[in-house]
Design a protein around this ligand. Structure first.
Ligand code: C2O
Ligand code: CU
Ligand code: CU
Length: 561
Protein backbone atom coordinates (compact mmCIF):
# COMPACT_ATOMS: atom_id res chain seq x y z
CA UNK A 1 0.00 0.00 0.00
CA UNK A 2 1.54 3.28 -1.11
CA UNK A 3 0.48 6.63 0.28
CA UNK A 4 1.53 9.66 -1.64
CA UNK A 5 2.47 12.63 0.50
CA UNK A 6 -0.61 14.65 -0.22
CA UNK A 7 -2.90 11.80 0.76
CA UNK A 8 -1.01 11.33 3.94
CA UNK A 9 -1.31 14.97 4.88
CA UNK A 10 -5.03 15.02 4.15
CA UNK A 11 -5.46 11.86 6.15
CA UNK A 12 -3.76 13.43 9.16
CA UNK A 13 -5.73 16.61 8.91
CA UNK A 14 -9.11 14.99 8.41
CA UNK A 15 -8.79 12.06 10.74
CA UNK A 16 -6.75 12.99 13.78
CA UNK A 17 -8.21 10.11 15.81
CA UNK A 18 -7.30 7.47 13.26
CA UNK A 19 -3.82 8.98 13.08
CA UNK A 20 -3.10 7.84 16.64
CA UNK A 21 -3.55 4.27 15.51
CA UNK A 22 -1.57 4.47 12.31
CA UNK A 23 1.16 2.24 13.65
CA UNK A 24 -0.63 -0.99 12.90
CA UNK A 25 -0.14 -4.12 14.92
CA UNK A 26 -0.53 -7.57 13.46
CA UNK A 27 -3.60 -9.07 15.05
CA UNK A 28 -3.05 -12.27 16.96
CA UNK A 29 -4.71 -15.55 16.12
CA UNK A 30 -5.84 -17.40 19.26
CA UNK A 31 -4.06 -20.68 20.04
CA UNK A 32 -6.13 -23.82 19.69
CA UNK A 33 -7.07 -26.40 22.30
CA UNK A 34 -8.42 -29.83 21.41
CA UNK A 35 -8.61 -33.36 22.80
CA UNK A 36 -10.80 -35.28 25.21
CA UNK A 37 -9.98 -33.05 28.17
CA UNK A 38 -9.81 -29.31 27.82
CA UNK A 39 -8.51 -27.09 30.60
CA UNK A 40 -9.51 -23.47 30.82
CA UNK A 41 -8.37 -21.08 33.52
CA UNK A 42 -10.28 -17.87 33.94
CA UNK A 43 -7.91 -15.26 35.30
CA UNK A 44 -7.07 -11.58 35.55
CA UNK A 45 -4.49 -10.07 33.27
CA UNK A 46 -3.04 -6.93 31.81
CA UNK A 47 -2.78 -5.92 28.17
CA UNK A 48 -1.42 -2.99 26.19
CA UNK A 49 -4.18 -2.02 23.80
CA UNK A 50 -2.64 1.45 23.63
CA UNK A 51 1.16 1.47 23.47
CA UNK A 52 2.63 2.27 26.87
CA UNK A 53 -0.64 1.91 28.79
CA UNK A 54 -1.54 -1.16 30.83
CA UNK A 55 -5.22 -2.04 30.74
CA UNK A 56 -6.70 -4.44 33.31
CA UNK A 57 -8.27 -7.45 31.62
CA UNK A 58 -9.73 -10.92 32.09
CA UNK A 59 -8.88 -13.89 29.91
CA UNK A 60 -9.03 -17.65 29.60
CA UNK A 61 -5.53 -19.19 29.76
CA UNK A 62 -4.05 -15.77 29.11
CA UNK A 63 -4.56 -12.05 29.47
CA UNK A 64 -7.39 -11.38 27.08
CA UNK A 65 -9.93 -13.57 25.24
CA UNK A 66 -9.11 -17.29 25.19
CA UNK A 67 -7.94 -20.18 23.04
CA UNK A 68 -10.11 -21.51 20.21
CA UNK A 69 -11.51 -24.86 21.30
CA UNK A 70 -11.71 -27.36 18.44
CA UNK A 71 -14.33 -30.05 18.91
CA UNK A 72 -15.39 -33.00 16.82
CA UNK A 73 -19.01 -34.05 16.50
CA UNK A 74 -19.58 -37.32 18.31
CA UNK A 75 -16.66 -36.87 20.66
CA UNK A 76 -17.09 -37.22 24.37
CA UNK A 77 -15.27 -34.35 26.06
CA UNK A 78 -14.60 -33.00 29.53
CA UNK A 79 -13.94 -29.33 30.09
CA UNK A 80 -12.26 -28.23 33.30
CA UNK A 81 -12.96 -24.64 34.15
CA UNK A 82 -10.52 -23.38 36.79
CA UNK A 83 -11.92 -20.24 38.34
CA UNK A 84 -8.92 -18.08 39.31
CA UNK A 85 -10.91 -14.86 39.11
CA UNK A 86 -11.37 -14.38 42.83
CA UNK A 87 -15.07 -14.04 42.15
CA UNK A 88 -17.95 -16.32 41.24
CA UNK A 89 -18.38 -17.01 37.54
CA UNK A 90 -19.81 -19.49 35.05
CA UNK A 91 -18.75 -20.45 31.56
CA UNK A 92 -21.44 -20.98 28.97
CA UNK A 93 -20.87 -22.91 25.72
CA UNK A 94 -22.89 -20.56 23.56
CA UNK A 95 -24.70 -22.49 20.82
CA UNK A 96 -23.72 -26.01 21.91
CA UNK A 97 -26.56 -28.45 22.38
CA UNK A 98 -25.91 -29.71 25.90
CA UNK A 99 -27.99 -30.66 28.93
CA UNK A 100 -28.96 -27.82 31.29
CA UNK A 101 -26.49 -29.08 33.91
CA UNK A 102 -23.60 -28.67 31.44
CA UNK A 103 -24.71 -25.39 29.92
CA UNK A 104 -22.75 -22.96 32.12
CA UNK A 105 -25.81 -20.78 32.61
CA UNK A 106 -26.44 -18.66 35.73
CA UNK A 107 -27.62 -21.94 37.31
CA UNK A 108 -24.15 -23.53 37.11
CA UNK A 109 -22.08 -21.11 39.23
CA UNK A 110 -18.41 -21.81 39.86
CA UNK A 111 -17.09 -20.32 43.10
CA UNK A 112 -13.75 -18.57 43.34
CA UNK A 113 -10.93 -21.13 43.38
CA UNK A 114 -13.13 -23.99 42.28
CA UNK A 115 -13.05 -26.21 39.23
CA UNK A 116 -16.17 -27.04 37.24
CA UNK A 117 -15.94 -30.08 34.98
CA UNK A 118 -18.89 -30.64 32.67
CA UNK A 119 -18.62 -33.68 30.43
CA UNK A 120 -20.72 -34.29 27.35
CA UNK A 121 -20.87 -35.62 23.81
CA UNK A 122 -20.55 -33.04 21.08
CA UNK A 123 -23.81 -33.25 19.13
CA UNK A 124 -23.56 -30.07 17.11
CA UNK A 125 -22.93 -29.55 13.44
CA UNK A 126 -19.74 -28.00 12.13
CA UNK A 127 -19.87 -24.25 12.73
CA UNK A 128 -18.36 -21.52 14.89
CA UNK A 129 -19.62 -21.30 18.45
CA UNK A 130 -18.22 -19.46 21.46
CA UNK A 131 -17.86 -19.46 25.22
CA UNK A 132 -18.20 -16.73 27.83
CA UNK A 133 -19.15 -16.18 31.47
CA UNK A 134 -22.85 -15.98 32.29
CA UNK A 135 -23.25 -15.17 35.97
CA UNK A 136 -26.47 -13.25 36.41
CA UNK A 137 -25.71 -9.57 36.91
CA UNK A 138 -21.99 -10.08 36.20
CA UNK A 139 -22.00 -11.18 32.58
CA UNK A 140 -21.22 -7.73 31.18
CA UNK A 141 -18.50 -7.12 33.76
CA UNK A 142 -16.62 -10.32 32.99
CA UNK A 143 -17.17 -10.54 29.23
CA UNK A 144 -16.36 -6.91 28.54
CA UNK A 145 -12.95 -7.24 30.19
CA UNK A 146 -12.07 -10.04 27.80
CA UNK A 147 -13.53 -13.34 29.03
CA UNK A 148 -14.63 -15.02 25.79
CA UNK A 149 -13.29 -17.48 23.24
CA UNK A 150 -14.32 -19.34 20.12
CA UNK A 151 -15.35 -22.95 19.65
CA UNK A 152 -14.99 -24.56 16.24
CA UNK A 153 -16.95 -27.77 15.75
CA UNK A 154 -15.86 -30.02 12.90
CA UNK A 155 -17.86 -32.86 11.41
CA UNK A 156 -17.53 -35.19 8.48
CA UNK A 157 -20.08 -33.39 6.31
CA UNK A 158 -18.16 -30.13 6.46
CA UNK A 159 -14.79 -31.87 6.18
CA UNK A 160 -15.87 -33.50 2.92
CA UNK A 161 -16.39 -30.10 1.29
CA UNK A 162 -13.67 -28.25 -0.54
CA UNK A 163 -13.45 -25.26 1.81
CA UNK A 164 -10.48 -23.41 3.30
CA UNK A 165 -9.69 -25.18 6.56
CA UNK A 166 -6.12 -24.33 7.60
CA UNK A 167 -6.53 -22.56 10.91
CA UNK A 168 -4.96 -19.14 11.03
CA UNK A 169 -3.84 -19.35 7.40
CA UNK A 170 -6.85 -19.50 5.08
CA UNK A 171 -9.43 -20.16 7.83
CA UNK A 172 -9.19 -17.29 10.25
CA UNK A 173 -11.14 -16.69 13.46
CA UNK A 174 -12.01 -13.04 14.09
CA UNK A 175 -13.62 -11.80 17.29
CA UNK A 176 -15.03 -8.30 16.84
CA UNK A 177 -15.77 -6.34 19.99
CA UNK A 178 -16.98 -2.85 20.57
CA UNK A 179 -15.52 -1.59 23.84
CA UNK A 180 -15.68 1.44 26.05
CA UNK A 181 -12.29 2.72 27.21
CA UNK A 182 -12.27 5.47 29.83
CA UNK A 183 -9.80 8.38 29.92
CA UNK A 184 -7.23 6.16 31.69
CA UNK A 185 -7.69 3.56 28.90
CA UNK A 186 -9.38 1.07 31.17
CA UNK A 187 -12.31 -1.00 29.91
CA UNK A 188 -15.52 0.09 31.59
CA UNK A 189 -18.96 -1.45 31.69
CA UNK A 190 -20.81 1.49 30.17
CA UNK A 191 -21.54 -0.30 26.94
CA UNK A 192 -23.88 2.44 25.74
CA UNK A 193 -20.79 4.61 25.22
CA UNK A 194 -18.61 2.19 23.20
CA UNK A 195 -15.76 4.16 21.66
CA UNK A 196 -13.41 1.56 20.17
CA UNK A 197 -13.47 -1.69 18.23
CA UNK A 198 -11.07 -4.56 18.90
CA UNK A 199 -10.44 -7.40 16.47
CA UNK A 200 -8.94 -10.37 18.35
CA UNK A 201 -7.97 -7.83 20.98
CA UNK A 202 -6.24 -5.35 18.67
CA UNK A 203 -7.32 -1.85 17.69
CA UNK A 204 -7.08 -1.13 13.96
CA UNK A 205 -4.76 -4.10 13.33
CA UNK A 206 -3.33 -5.85 10.30
CA UNK A 207 -4.11 -9.40 9.26
CA UNK A 208 -1.85 -11.29 6.86
CA UNK A 209 -3.76 -13.42 4.36
CA UNK A 210 -2.79 -15.35 1.24
CA UNK A 211 -4.00 -14.25 -2.22
CA UNK A 212 -6.69 -16.92 -2.57
CA UNK A 213 -10.15 -17.82 -1.30
CA UNK A 214 -10.06 -17.38 2.46
CA UNK A 215 -12.62 -18.24 5.10
CA UNK A 216 -13.26 -15.76 7.89
CA UNK A 217 -15.15 -16.86 11.00
CA UNK A 218 -16.74 -13.73 12.37
CA UNK A 219 -18.11 -13.38 15.88
CA UNK A 220 -19.79 -10.25 17.14
CA UNK A 221 -18.49 -10.65 20.68
CA UNK A 222 -19.58 -7.15 21.69
CA UNK A 223 -21.66 -6.44 24.70
CA UNK A 224 -23.97 -4.07 22.86
CA UNK A 225 -23.42 -2.82 19.34
CA UNK A 226 -24.02 -4.30 15.91
CA UNK A 227 -21.64 -4.65 13.01
CA UNK A 228 -22.49 -4.09 9.38
CA UNK A 229 -19.47 -5.67 7.70
CA UNK A 230 -18.32 -5.01 4.17
CA UNK A 231 -15.11 -4.50 2.23
CA UNK A 232 -13.89 -1.00 1.40
CA UNK A 233 -14.03 -1.78 -2.33
CA UNK A 234 -17.51 -3.29 -1.90
CA UNK A 235 -16.29 -6.61 -3.27
CA UNK A 236 -18.81 -9.40 -2.88
CA UNK A 237 -18.22 -12.25 -0.45
CA UNK A 238 -20.16 -15.42 0.30
CA UNK A 239 -21.66 -16.43 3.61
CA UNK A 240 -21.39 -20.20 4.06
CA UNK A 241 -22.47 -20.73 7.66
CA UNK A 242 -24.70 -19.05 10.20
CA UNK A 243 -24.60 -19.50 13.99
CA UNK A 244 -25.00 -23.26 14.22
CA UNK A 245 -24.29 -24.82 10.85
CA UNK A 246 -23.66 -24.54 7.13
CA UNK A 247 -26.15 -22.78 4.89
CA UNK A 248 -27.69 -24.75 2.02
CA UNK A 249 -25.48 -22.91 -0.45
CA UNK A 250 -22.99 -20.03 -0.32
CA UNK A 251 -24.95 -16.77 -0.23
CA UNK A 252 -23.39 -13.89 -2.21
CA UNK A 253 -23.54 -10.58 -0.41
CA UNK A 254 -21.73 -7.26 0.04
CA UNK A 255 -22.92 -6.42 3.57
CA UNK A 256 -23.41 -8.62 6.62
CA UNK A 257 -25.13 -7.49 9.81
CA UNK A 258 -24.27 -9.30 13.04
CA UNK A 259 -25.81 -8.54 16.42
CA UNK A 260 -24.13 -9.41 19.70
CA UNK A 261 -23.62 -13.17 19.96
CA UNK A 262 -24.18 -13.89 16.26
CA UNK A 263 -21.58 -15.68 14.12
CA UNK A 264 -21.08 -16.06 10.39
CA UNK A 265 -18.49 -17.78 8.24
CA UNK A 266 -17.71 -16.01 5.00
CA UNK A 267 -15.53 -16.76 1.99
CA UNK A 268 -13.75 -13.92 0.26
CA UNK A 269 -11.67 -14.28 -2.86
CA UNK A 270 -8.36 -12.47 -2.48
CA UNK A 271 -6.69 -13.95 -5.55
CA UNK A 272 -5.02 -11.31 -7.67
CA UNK A 273 -4.49 -9.06 -4.68
CA UNK A 274 -0.99 -10.25 -3.81
CA UNK A 275 1.15 -7.45 -2.28
CA UNK A 276 -1.91 -5.28 -1.90
CA UNK A 277 -4.20 -4.50 0.99
CA UNK A 278 -7.91 -4.69 1.53
CA UNK A 279 -9.85 -3.08 4.35
CA UNK A 280 -12.72 -4.66 6.18
CA UNK A 281 -15.07 -1.87 7.22
CA UNK A 282 -17.93 -1.11 9.51
CA UNK A 283 -20.73 0.46 7.45
CA UNK A 284 -22.56 1.94 10.43
CA UNK A 285 -24.39 4.50 8.32
CA UNK A 286 -26.08 1.66 6.47
CA UNK A 287 -27.42 -0.12 9.55
CA UNK A 288 -31.20 0.12 9.83
CA UNK A 289 -32.46 2.76 12.22
CA UNK A 290 -32.60 1.55 15.80
CA UNK A 291 -29.73 -0.94 15.43
CA UNK A 292 -27.10 0.03 18.06
CA UNK A 293 -24.01 1.23 16.21
CA UNK A 294 -26.14 2.70 13.45
CA UNK A 295 -28.57 5.60 13.34
CA UNK A 296 -30.65 5.47 16.51
CA UNK A 297 -34.26 6.49 16.96
CA UNK A 298 -35.05 9.95 18.18
CA UNK A 299 -33.73 10.40 21.68
CA UNK A 300 -31.60 7.25 21.47
CA UNK A 301 -28.13 7.25 22.99
CA UNK A 302 -25.28 7.40 20.58
CA UNK A 303 -21.68 6.44 21.03
CA UNK A 304 -18.86 8.36 19.32
CA UNK A 305 -18.61 5.88 16.43
CA UNK A 306 -22.31 5.27 15.89
CA UNK A 307 -23.75 5.90 12.46
CA UNK A 308 -20.23 6.11 10.99
CA UNK A 309 -18.28 4.08 8.45
CA UNK A 310 -14.74 3.22 9.49
CA UNK A 311 -12.05 0.59 8.92
CA UNK A 312 -11.99 -2.39 11.26
CA UNK A 313 -9.01 -4.23 9.91
CA UNK A 314 -6.35 -4.05 7.19
CA UNK A 315 -5.75 -7.23 5.27
CA UNK A 316 -2.20 -7.45 3.97
CA UNK A 317 -2.21 -9.90 1.10
CA UNK A 318 0.76 -12.21 0.53
CA UNK A 319 1.56 -15.15 -1.73
CA UNK A 320 -1.03 -17.91 -2.09
CA UNK A 321 -0.45 -21.23 -0.32
CA UNK A 322 0.20 -24.46 -2.19
CA UNK A 323 -3.11 -26.00 -1.10
CA UNK A 324 -5.32 -23.04 -1.98
CA UNK A 325 -9.00 -23.80 -2.48
CA UNK A 326 -9.86 -22.61 -5.97
CA UNK A 327 -13.40 -23.85 -6.58
CA UNK A 328 -16.03 -23.26 -3.92
CA UNK A 329 -18.82 -25.87 -3.73
CA UNK A 330 -22.17 -24.76 -5.14
CA UNK A 331 -24.12 -26.54 -2.41
CA UNK A 332 -23.13 -27.15 1.18
CA UNK A 333 -25.87 -28.98 3.06
CA UNK A 334 -29.64 -29.32 3.31
CA UNK A 335 -31.29 -27.45 6.13
CA UNK A 336 -34.76 -28.74 6.86
CA UNK A 337 -36.82 -27.01 9.50
CA UNK A 338 -39.24 -29.13 11.51
CA UNK A 339 -42.78 -29.36 10.13
CA UNK A 340 -45.00 -26.49 11.30
CA UNK A 341 -48.08 -28.67 11.38
CA UNK A 342 -48.80 -29.71 14.95
CA UNK A 343 -46.33 -27.23 16.46
CA UNK A 344 -47.52 -25.30 19.51
CA UNK A 345 -47.12 -21.56 19.63
CA UNK A 346 -45.56 -19.24 22.14
CA UNK A 347 -45.40 -15.42 22.20
CA UNK A 348 -42.75 -13.18 23.66
CA UNK A 349 -43.02 -9.43 23.67
CA UNK A 350 -40.25 -6.92 24.35
CA UNK A 351 -41.26 -3.67 25.99
CA UNK A 352 -39.52 -0.71 27.59
CA UNK A 353 -40.47 1.26 30.69
CA UNK A 354 -41.11 4.13 30.14
CA UNK A 355 -42.00 3.46 26.54
CA UNK A 356 -39.12 5.50 25.10
CA UNK A 357 -36.51 4.07 27.50
CA UNK A 358 -33.31 2.81 25.90
CA UNK A 359 -32.12 0.92 28.98
CA UNK A 360 -35.03 -0.63 30.88
CA UNK A 361 -36.48 -3.65 29.08
CA UNK A 362 -38.94 -6.42 29.84
CA UNK A 363 -39.96 -9.71 28.26
CA UNK A 364 -43.70 -10.26 28.51
CA UNK A 365 -43.80 -7.45 31.05
CA UNK A 366 -41.38 -9.21 33.41
CA UNK A 367 -37.81 -8.88 34.59
CA UNK A 368 -35.74 -12.03 35.01
CA UNK A 369 -35.94 -13.70 38.39
CA UNK A 370 -33.61 -16.62 39.20
CA UNK A 371 -36.40 -18.24 41.21
CA UNK A 372 -39.11 -17.98 38.56
CA UNK A 373 -39.46 -20.47 35.75
CA UNK A 374 -41.24 -18.59 32.96
CA UNK A 375 -42.65 -21.70 31.29
CA UNK A 376 -42.31 -25.46 31.11
CA UNK A 377 -42.37 -27.59 28.02
CA UNK A 378 -41.62 -31.14 27.00
CA UNK A 379 -39.08 -33.17 25.09
CA UNK A 380 -40.35 -34.02 21.61
CA UNK A 381 -42.41 -30.84 21.29
CA UNK A 382 -42.02 -28.48 18.36
CA UNK A 383 -42.83 -24.83 19.03
CA UNK A 384 -43.20 -21.70 16.96
CA UNK A 385 -42.21 -18.57 18.88
CA UNK A 386 -43.47 -15.19 17.77
CA UNK A 387 -41.26 -12.48 19.22
CA UNK A 388 -42.44 -8.90 18.95
CA UNK A 389 -40.48 -5.80 19.82
CA UNK A 390 -42.29 -2.67 20.96
CA UNK A 391 -39.08 -0.87 21.88
CA UNK A 392 -37.09 1.73 19.96
CA UNK A 393 -34.09 -0.52 19.40
CA UNK A 394 -33.22 -3.89 17.86
CA UNK A 395 -32.49 -6.72 20.31
CA UNK A 396 -30.41 -9.82 19.39
CA UNK A 397 -32.43 -12.62 20.99
CA UNK A 398 -30.74 -15.86 22.04
CA UNK A 399 -32.01 -19.23 23.28
CA UNK A 400 -29.85 -21.74 25.14
CA UNK A 401 -29.58 -25.43 24.54
CA UNK A 402 -30.91 -25.65 21.00
CA UNK A 403 -30.77 -24.07 17.59
CA UNK A 404 -33.80 -22.78 15.69
CA UNK A 405 -34.85 -21.75 12.21
CA UNK A 406 -36.14 -18.27 11.41
CA UNK A 407 -39.50 -18.51 9.64
CA UNK A 408 -40.26 -14.81 9.16
CA UNK A 409 -38.78 -11.39 9.93
CA UNK A 410 -41.39 -8.62 9.99
CA UNK A 411 -43.79 -11.06 8.36
CA UNK A 412 -41.56 -11.86 5.38
CA UNK A 413 -39.36 -14.84 4.52
CA UNK A 414 -35.88 -14.05 5.85
CA UNK A 415 -32.96 -13.49 3.46
CA UNK A 416 -31.07 -16.66 2.47
CA UNK A 417 -28.23 -16.07 4.96
CA UNK A 418 -30.73 -16.26 7.85
CA UNK A 419 -32.29 -19.51 6.67
CA UNK A 420 -29.74 -21.81 8.29
CA UNK A 421 -29.43 -23.05 11.87
CA UNK A 422 -29.42 -20.08 14.24
CA UNK A 423 -29.21 -19.47 17.98
CA UNK A 424 -29.39 -15.68 17.96
CA UNK A 425 -31.91 -13.71 15.92
CA UNK A 426 -32.18 -9.95 15.64
CA UNK A 427 -35.66 -8.71 16.47
CA UNK A 428 -36.16 -5.40 14.61
CA UNK A 429 -37.37 -2.33 16.54
CA UNK A 430 -40.63 -0.36 16.44
CA UNK A 431 -43.11 -3.24 16.41
CA UNK A 432 -40.75 -5.50 14.52
CA UNK A 433 -41.29 -9.22 14.83
CA UNK A 434 -39.70 -12.55 14.11
CA UNK A 435 -41.11 -16.05 14.04
CA UNK A 436 -38.85 -18.99 14.78
CA UNK A 437 -39.36 -22.73 15.00
CA UNK A 438 -37.52 -25.04 17.37
CA UNK A 439 -37.78 -28.53 18.77
CA UNK A 440 -36.87 -29.86 22.21
CA UNK A 441 -34.99 -32.80 20.79
CA UNK A 442 -33.80 -34.68 23.83
CA UNK A 443 -32.33 -33.09 26.96
CA UNK A 444 -34.63 -32.50 29.84
CA UNK A 445 -34.08 -31.61 33.45
CA UNK A 446 -36.84 -31.15 36.00
CA UNK A 447 -34.78 -28.66 38.04
CA UNK A 448 -32.33 -26.76 35.87
CA UNK A 449 -33.83 -24.41 33.29
CA UNK A 450 -32.49 -23.19 29.96
CA UNK A 451 -32.25 -19.44 29.43
CA UNK A 452 -33.47 -17.11 26.71
CA UNK A 453 -32.41 -13.49 26.64
CA UNK A 454 -31.34 -10.41 24.79
CA UNK A 455 -27.61 -10.74 24.03
CA UNK A 456 -26.98 -7.05 24.69
CA UNK A 457 -25.24 -7.79 27.97
CA UNK A 458 -26.43 -4.74 29.90
CA UNK A 459 -30.02 -5.66 28.93
CA UNK A 460 -29.48 -9.28 29.96
CA UNK A 461 -27.84 -8.32 33.27
CA UNK A 462 -30.71 -5.99 34.10
CA UNK A 463 -33.29 -8.67 33.51
CA UNK A 464 -34.14 -8.95 29.80
CA UNK A 465 -34.00 -12.71 30.23
CA UNK A 466 -36.28 -15.63 31.00
CA UNK A 467 -35.94 -19.35 31.62
CA UNK A 468 -37.82 -22.55 30.90
CA UNK A 469 -37.82 -26.14 32.04
CA UNK A 470 -37.87 -28.96 29.53
CA UNK A 471 -39.69 -31.90 31.05
CA UNK A 472 -39.15 -35.43 29.92
CA UNK A 473 -41.73 -36.79 27.52
CA UNK A 474 -42.70 -39.57 29.88
CA UNK A 475 -42.84 -39.32 33.65
CA UNK A 476 -39.79 -40.38 35.56
CA UNK A 477 -37.39 -39.74 32.69
CA UNK A 478 -34.73 -37.08 32.58
CA UNK A 479 -31.49 -36.36 30.82
CA UNK A 480 -30.16 -39.38 28.98
CA UNK A 481 -33.23 -41.34 29.98
CA UNK A 482 -33.12 -42.82 26.50
CA UNK A 483 -30.10 -44.72 27.75
CA UNK A 484 -32.34 -46.74 30.04
CA UNK A 485 -34.80 -47.66 27.31
CA UNK A 486 -32.29 -48.81 24.74
CA UNK A 487 -29.79 -51.60 24.77
CA UNK A 488 -26.86 -52.27 22.60
CA UNK A 489 -24.92 -55.51 22.46
CA UNK A 490 -22.24 -56.48 22.45
CA UNK A 491 -20.27 -53.45 23.57
CA UNK A 492 -17.00 -55.31 23.21
CA UNK A 493 -16.88 -56.55 19.66
CA UNK A 494 -14.53 -59.46 19.07
CA UNK A 495 -13.22 -59.99 15.51
CA UNK A 496 -15.46 -62.98 14.83
CA UNK A 497 -18.68 -61.07 15.49
CA UNK A 498 -20.62 -59.61 12.59
CA UNK A 499 -22.84 -57.01 14.11
CA UNK A 500 -23.98 -54.92 17.01
CA UNK A 501 -27.71 -55.14 17.78
CA UNK A 502 -29.84 -52.29 19.04
CA UNK A 503 -32.96 -53.12 20.99
CA UNK A 504 -35.48 -50.57 22.15
CA UNK A 505 -38.54 -50.52 24.36
CA UNK A 506 -41.82 -49.49 22.76
CA UNK A 507 -41.78 -45.80 21.93
CA UNK A 508 -37.97 -45.57 22.08
CA UNK A 509 -37.26 -46.92 18.61
CA UNK A 510 -34.27 -45.20 17.00
CA UNK A 511 -35.14 -42.93 14.10
CA UNK A 512 -31.48 -42.26 13.40
CA UNK A 513 -28.22 -43.89 14.37
CA UNK A 514 -24.84 -42.20 14.00
CA UNK A 515 -21.48 -43.87 14.56
CA UNK A 516 -18.28 -41.93 15.21
CA UNK A 517 -14.71 -43.14 15.54
CA UNK A 518 -12.46 -41.90 18.32
CA UNK A 519 -11.36 -38.90 16.27
CA UNK A 520 -14.97 -37.83 15.93
CA UNK A 521 -15.28 -38.88 12.31
CA UNK A 522 -18.76 -39.86 11.29
CA UNK A 523 -18.58 -43.44 10.02
CA UNK A 524 -22.22 -44.14 9.51
CA UNK A 525 -25.59 -42.52 9.67
CA UNK A 526 -28.67 -44.61 9.14
CA UNK A 527 -32.42 -44.22 9.59
CA UNK A 528 -34.42 -46.67 11.70
CA UNK A 529 -31.48 -49.04 12.13
CA UNK A 530 -31.69 -51.96 14.53
CA UNK A 531 -28.22 -53.32 13.85
CA UNK A 532 -24.82 -52.08 12.79
CA UNK A 533 -22.56 -54.29 10.69
CA UNK A 534 -19.19 -54.83 12.37
CA UNK A 535 -17.29 -53.79 9.26
CA UNK A 536 -18.81 -50.31 9.53
CA UNK A 537 -17.09 -49.77 12.89
CA UNK A 538 -13.55 -48.56 13.35
CA UNK A 539 -10.99 -50.56 15.32
CA UNK A 540 -10.93 -49.28 18.90
CA UNK A 541 -13.54 -47.07 20.47
CA UNK A 542 -16.72 -46.14 18.59
CA UNK A 543 -19.41 -43.76 19.83
CA UNK A 544 -22.91 -44.75 18.82
CA UNK A 545 -25.49 -41.97 19.00
CA UNK A 546 -29.06 -43.20 18.92
CA UNK A 547 -31.75 -40.60 18.32
CA UNK A 548 -35.28 -41.43 19.37
CA UNK A 549 -38.39 -39.28 19.40
CA UNK A 550 -38.05 -39.05 23.18
CA UNK A 551 -34.36 -38.59 23.70
CA UNK A 552 -30.87 -39.40 22.59
CA UNK A 553 -28.56 -42.06 23.97
CA UNK A 554 -24.84 -42.51 23.53
CA UNK A 555 -23.13 -45.88 23.75
CA UNK A 556 -19.52 -46.93 23.42
CA UNK A 557 -18.54 -50.01 21.47
CA UNK A 558 -14.97 -51.22 21.39
CA UNK A 559 -13.96 -53.24 18.36
CA UNK A 560 -10.96 -55.44 19.03
CA UNK A 561 -8.55 -56.73 16.40
CU1 C2O B 1 -23.99 -16.14 24.68
CU2 C2O B 1 -26.91 -16.88 27.26
O1 C2O B 1 -25.43 -16.44 26.03
CU1 CU C 1 -26.14 -19.39 24.86
CU1 CU D 1 -31.81 -5.91 24.33
Amino acid sequence: MKFNCLNKILFVILLPVAQQNLAQTTISIPDTLTGDVIDLTLQHGVREFYPGTATQTIGYNGNFLGPTIILYKGHQITLNLHNQLGDTTTTHWHGLHVAPANDGSPHNPVMAGEIWSPSFTVMDKAATYWYHPHLHGKTLNQVVKGAAGLIIVRDLEETALSLPRTYGVDDVPLVFQWKTFDAAKQIVEMDEADNEVLVNGTINGTLHLPAQVVRLRLLNGSSHRFFNFGFADNRPFKQIASDAGLLDAPVPMTRLILGSGERAEILVDLSGLQDGTLKLRQFGTQLPQGYPGGPMMMGGMTGPKDNTDFDLLTMQIGAPTSNAVTAVPATLTTNTAWPQAGASSRSLNFSAQPMMSMTNFFINGLKFDMETVNFSTQVGKTEIWTITNQTMMAHPFHIHGMHFYVLTVNGATPPANLRGRKDVVVVPPMNGSVKIILRYEDFSDPHIPYMYHCHILSHEDTGMMGQFIVNAAASGTFENAAQEHLRISPTLLAPDLEKVEISAENGWEPFRVEVYDQDGRLLLTERNATRIAADRLAPGMNSILIFTARGTAVFKVVKTN
